[in-house]
Design a protein around this ligand. Structure first.
Ligand code: SAH
Length: 338
């Protein structure tokens, strides 16, 4: 049976109509689930018995479970247990402008980035849409507050689970579901070129972030196996196409790894790559982990790198670190639990 949280409104309507039901039933279901937060269809009081039974017999209403929460002043990390026993995680972050959540899109990841804890443990499976939607519902219920923005930057490669992730975005954006504005949703990819092109025609105005992490293919290949499949030039070309079609500014993520990609030359190369494009660079201080040998760049080196980009007229920020006292880096909590 398919979980009810897998369905964007229109898809739910299509299924209901196929079974001879009215589209309005979908509106009622959405009200119960997302507005009244009633997750037991037997309690959907304004829906007639025959339809309640139809729902019970045709859809699964079950939830993944919060298994563990680690709390810090500025962040909370959630470990979830899925219905088949697999574990994933999400991180809630408190910014001055609101609360954001970083959700997982797969159990494990096949991209194998050398610095990343999630990639050390291979992909077990894709997450279904409901498993992403429920991460947000459960965290929001846990803190008893609304979540303002969503980044798909947890465990997994969202463009390797494209259809489920796009349905997830449609649901959380729906004003009658979680009502998270498209501009408050960001999907981050390691740069799967055909999917970047496909994403260009996705109907919602969500943000795109690219984990570039290196200014040359040579360096990129050392830290990201995906670089063997797509050259930086091909990624840039896909991004130009994306920008031409959507007119939306793109975020370039750049993780600062000591003596790997943090030299002056790297900064200069990165600047020439970005110059003149509507992109901004987010420098990410590396979260060191016990299982991986890479070290974080020194603060001074990050400043130097930052200043070179600034001087060259590149829009650049250094990502603030959240949850310094908890295992907040991508995949760390899950990996610790295993
Ligand atoms: N697969 C997608 C999304 C998940 S990773 C992507 O590659 O973008 C989300 C971001 O966290 C990526 O930019 C990734 O490179 C970064 N990341 C992974 N491990 C990290 C660590 N230990 N410290 C800091 N950032 C990390």
């Amino acid at each position: 049976m398919n979980n009810i949280f897998n369905y964007p409104k229109q898809e739910l309507i299509n299924i209901l109509e196929k079974h001879g039901k009215k589209a309005f039933l979908a509106t009622q279901i959405y009200e119960w689930l997302y507005d009244k937060k009633e997750y037991n269809p037997s309690n959907f009081a304004n829906i007639k018995k025959e339809n309640r039974e139809f729902l019970i017999n045709n859809f699964d209403f079950s939830f993944i479970k919060i298994e563990k929460v680690e709390e810090d002043i500025d962040a909370k990390k959630f470990l979830f247990r899925l219905l088949d026993g697999q574990k994933i995680e999400a991180v809630l972050m408190y910014h001055d402008y609101g609360k954001s959540i970083c959700v997982s899109s797969q159990v494990g990841c096949n991209m194998g980035c050398r610095f990343c804890e999630s990639g050390r443990l291979k992909k077990v499976r894709d997450l279904q849409t409901y498993e992403m939607v429920e991460q947000i519902i459960l965290v929001s219920d846990y803190i008893k507050e609304r979540i303002d923005s969503v980044v798909i930057m947890g465990i997994g490669e969202p463009f390797d689970n494209y259809d489920n992730v796009m349905n997830f975005i449609k649901i959380i954006n729906d004003p009658k579901a979680l009502a998270i504005g498209a501009r408050h949703i960001t999907v981050s990819t390691c740069g799967i070129v055909p999917k970047i092109k496909e994403f260009t025609s996705f109907p919602l105005q969500v943000n795109l972030a690219i984990s570039l992490h290196a200014p040359s293919d040579e360096i990129r290949k050392k830290i990201m196996p995906i670089a063997n499949a797509y050259k930086i030039e091909e990624i840039m070309c896909a991004l130009d196409y994306y920008y031409a079609k959507t007119n939306r500014r793109i975020t370039i993520e750049y993780i600062m790894l000591k003596d790997i990609n943090d030299s002056k030359e790297c900064a200069n190369m990165l600047a020439s790559l970005i110059k003149g494009k509507n992109m901004y660079v987010n420098l990410i201080p590396y979260n060191e982990t016990n299982n991986i040998d890479y070290k974080a760049s020194d603060k001074g080196q990050i400043d130097l790198f930052f200043n070179i980009l600034k001087q060259k007229g590149i829009d650049v920020t250094v990502r603030r670190r959240f949850g310094a006292n908890i295992s907040a880096a991508c995949g760390q909590l899950r990996s610790k639990e295993m």
